[in-house]
Design a binder for this molecule. Structure first.
Ligand code: KIV
Length: 313
């Protein structure tokens, strides 16, 4: 817990031209918690697109967690999480909305900057992925490019977009221009209205075949990662085996994917409503937030989370 409680003691955090930062000359430590100091404990090597590909190749499970601000980002990174996702789930967990549809590009850019600063100040290693929100990539590849530039300039290392088929050419367009991309198939929350609710996808033969086809196309188009949300475990494992180079990251997709992602508030047991089946509360029995993050990272790495019979379909 020291990460979240310790008063910031470093003096190198102050930005000369930023009046909101406490200056070193003030002689006072900045209040309100703060991110852990850079260069403290042994630091990991930066996680890059290449690292992700190597982990997939080596069969090392990839841990991903959502993050929305500097302090939690630094704590998750220090706990050994491989990748942080500034998800449009922030619409629910930060903004109190009922869906992700109202989240704007500027909302994501703002939270990406916050997370990026947390990683920078703590000399963090995690790969930072930012969601392209609803409406920010749907019109054209040019629009997707402009939105991606905004998020990359806010500090993202990769952008994530939802959907298959129509997104393939957009993914190719971005990847060819140097923007690493993570896809998202299965339950795609931005189109929850069209899907008729938050329900498991790919249960019937046609749905499963479409998911396999869409995933193959995203892989071919150069997507580095692919989130698979709420699809049957057996299908997710088959799809993962069929990928050429793209790493699959499951959420409610069973244990056969290359990695796992959870929404931070859910795995800390802070979900106000009914906890989704695919979540484990890692704060239960853990000593504080960072220990919960570390328990999650460990459970993903050693394969003890998720348990198919319990967390998947
Ligand atoms: O927005 C988000 O947090 C996500 C994850 C649930 C994968 O897309």
């Amino acid at each position: 817990m020291h990460l979240l409680c310790e008063i910031e003691k470093r003096t190198d955090m102050s930005q000369p031209n930023d009046p909101t930062q406490t200056s070193a000359q003030d002689g006072a430590a900045a209040p309100y918690g703060g991110v852990p100091p850079a260069g403290g404990p042994a630091r990991r090597r930066k996680v890059t697109v290449r690292t992700i590909a190597d982990m997939r190749q080596a069969g090392e499970k990839i841990s991903m967690l959502t993050a929305y601000d500097a302090t939690f980002a630094a704590a998750a990174d220090a706990a050994g999480i491989d990748s942080l996702l500034v998800g449009d789930s922030l619409g629910m967990v930060c903004q109190g909305r009922t869906s992700t549809v109202g989240v704007s590009l500027e909302d994501i850019a703002y939270h990406t900057q916050c997370v990026s600063r947390g990683l920078e100040k703590s000399n963090g290693a995690a790969l930072l992925v930012a969601d392209l929100p609803f409406g920010s990539y749907h019109r054209s590849a040019d629009q997707a490019m402009a939105s991606s530039i905004r998020l990359m300039q806010a500090g993202a290392h990769m952008v994530k977009l939802e959907g298959g088929g129509w997104t393939t050419e957009t993914v190719r367009f971005l990847v060819e221009r140097g923007i690493p991309v993570c896809g998202h198939l299965g339950l795609t929350p931005q189109t929850v209205s069209a899907l008729g609710g938050y329900r498991v996808q790919g249960r019937d033969e046609d749905g499963a075949a479409k998911l396999l086809r869409d995933a193959g196309e995203l892989d071919q188009a150069g997507a580095s990662m692919l989130v698979l949300e709420m699809i049957p475990a057996r299908l997710a494992a088959e799809l993962t085996g069929a990928m050429n180079s793209c790493a699959t990251i499951g959420i409610g997709a069973g244990s056969g994917t290359d990695g796992q992602v959870l929404v931070m508030h859910d795995m800390l047991g802070l979900n106000i409503g009914k906890m989704p089946r695919f979540v484990r509360n890692f704060a239960d029995g853990s000593n504080g937030v960072q220990a919960s993050f570390a328990a999650y990272a460990r459970a993903v790495k050693d394969g003890s989370f998720p348990v198919d019979a319990q967390h998947a379909w």
